[in-house]
Design a protein. Structure first.
Length: 159
């Protein structure tokens, strides 16, 4: 089952037959397994990884560190729910360490992200501080190298 999931994560456009063949099961069993995993919400969706910087030249992505005061009973969950409802928020994680939440935000430009942070995010009750880090270049995302080096420039690391 893990091998099937890894293949789907690498390339969700593979047919059921291709997936089944790669993991050594029948197409019917693979289809049934995928359906069960979708029903159990192990598979949450299917999506292409796109290098938007090639299309939207001015768009920016930021990682925002958010410190919050946990609320009684719901802890971080209620504040997190308020934050992840915004369309600008791509991903969000509860963290250990110096800050509580890591929020990945994308906007049309620097001003749009700054406005989101200043007017929406930092004004949420329970948010005590934010630190915004703009992502300058993405090298790898979801296990995919976005701009591979030319073959003669490539370094090989052997472990």
């Amino acid at each position: 089952m893990e091998e099937l999931l890894e293949l789907l994560e690498q390339d969700c456009t593979l047919s059921t037959e291709q997936l089944a063949s790669a993991v050594g099961m029948s197409a019917e069993k693979a289809e049934e397994t995928i359906k069960e995993l979708e029903d159990q919400r192990v598979i949450l969706g299917y999506q292409a990884v796109i290098d938007w910087s090639q299309i939207r030249k001015d768009s920016v992505t930021a990682l925002i560190e958010v410190k919050v005061t946990p609320q009684s009973i719901s802890g971080f969950d209620r504040i997190a729910e308020r934050i992840y409802q915004y369309d600008e928020v791509e991903s969000m994680y509860l963290m250990s360490g110096a800050f509580d939440l890591a929020v990945i935000v994308t906007g049309d430009n620097l001003r749009a992200v700054a406005q989101f942070v200043g007017e929406r995010l930092s004004t949420i009750e329970g948010v005590t501080s934010v630190a915004t880090h703009f992502i300058l270049r993405k090298y790898k995302e979801k296990h995919l190298v976005l701009r591979p080096q030319e073959p003669e420039e490539r370094e090989y690391i052997f472990t």
